[in-house]
Design a protein around this ligand. Structure first.
Ligand code: CO
Length: 360
């Protein structure tokens, strides 16, 4: 258990904005300890982990994305303030007054997104949202030259949220950044580590993808690299259990078990695969939740549309406050999801896969 928490902490604290996932790739290489697993990368940087049984057995692909929402240095003003490009779907008001890490060639530089103080705002300004294009990061530089030469900041440097993992007033609620999708990455790592090829009726691939937050880019290339028969995508679920949310928007509750997505804007799952997941969970006595949401997007959608079409499903860990510096998940949901995913993988034999792939 301790090991699981340590892994979640390490992955949440790790910095890997979209397109700059190197640090997360490194953590995964360290944490995959099952000697049967070989690790490779595809041409875009996604990690391809593999437990191969034989060439004839079906290929099951677990996937989870390594990247997190971030920013990128666009240019430095003459006064030494950092203007930025957003990486991924930020809400403007989630960017304001936060701490950030600028990942330069020579190390991490701290910064903060400031806005003008309330004391000098007009009545209208006090009610307004500050659009991201007007924002900047203050790194305490004297001027542009100081930012470039002393701090080593350059256009194109990635910027990651600065927010540390901690327990939220309990021993099961975990507060941190980047649960989207490091919780999926942790699930993928622990599932792969728990597998034994002698007990597997299939070949298992773990695809840790890059650049999900800007359009499932890594999932496209890794799906074509692996050519799976089935894809089980591991992601954050969308919790709807706090003020301002209601079941019309999102149905999941943190702590009530892993979720199965029945609809998001990128994918409708394969129905036989959906039923296989529901039956497996029932047999294991794992409580599951369903998610029907109108937005969102996930890597399963890219896998589903690769080659001639591949059965895919998205399994979620309910998460509050996605795409911000502070997300909340429940360790118990993670543990139940791990049991479910391991069992799904171990039971996807040739006959089951054939039946899932058939529309007769
Ligand atoms: Co995600």
């Amino acid at each position: 258990m301790n090991k699981t928490i340590k892994l979640l902490e390490k992955l949440s604290n790790g910095h890997g904005p979209t397109g700059f996932e190197g640090q997360i790739r490194q953590i995964i290489r360290e944490e995959i300890t099952n000697p049967e697993i070989s690790i490779d990368t595809d041409g875009l940087g996604s990690l391809i982990c593999k437990i191969e049984k034989d060439k004839q057995s079906p290929k099951i692909m677990l996937s989870a994305h390594m990247d997190e929402l971030g920013l990128m240095v666009r240019y430095i003003t003459e006064e030494g303030f950092i203007k930025f490009q957003t990486l991924g779907g930020w809400l403007d008001q989630s960017i304001v007054n936060q701490r950030w890490i600028i990942m330069t060639k020579s190390g991490n530089i701290k910064g903060v997104t400031g806005i003008k103080t309330v004391h000098v705002m007009t009545e209208t300004e006090r009610k307004q949202i500050f659009p991201k294009d007007n924002l900047f990061i203050d790194v305490g530089a004297k001027n542009k030259q100081d930012a470039e030469e002393r701090l080593g900041i350059l256009p194109g440097d990635p910027i990651s949220p600065d927010s540390s993992f901690e327990f939220l007033n309990s021993d099961n609620l975990l507060l941190g950044k980047a649960w989207d999708d490091r919780v999926g990455v942790a699930l993928l790592i622990e599932t792969l580590n728990s597998l034994d090829s002698k007990k597997l009726p299939n070949n298992v691939f773990g695809s840790c993808t890059v650049q999900e937050e800007v359009g499932l880019r890594g999932a496209i290339t890794s799906s074509y690299t692996i050519a799976p028969d089935i894809n089980i995508n591991l992601e954050v679920g969308v919790a709807g259990d706090y003020p301002g949310m209601n079941p019309n928007l999102a149905q999941e509750k943190v702590g009530a078990g892993p979720s199965i997505f029945l609809h998001d804007s990128s994918m409708i799952p394969n129905l036989k695969l959906r039923d296989f997941c529901i039956d497996t969970a029932k047999n294991l006595n794992i409580p599951i939740q369903f998610s029907v949401i109108s937005g969102y997007g996930e890597d399963g959608a890219a896998a589903q549309k690769s080659f001639g079409g591949i059965p895919a499903i998205n399994i979620g860990i309910p998460t509050r406050y996605l795409h911000s510096h502070n997300g909340i998940i429940d360790l118990n949901d993670f543990i139940k999801a791990k049991m479910l995913v391991k069992n799904l993988v171990e039971n996807l034999d040739e006959t089951t896969v054939k039946s899932i792939k058939s529309f007769d």
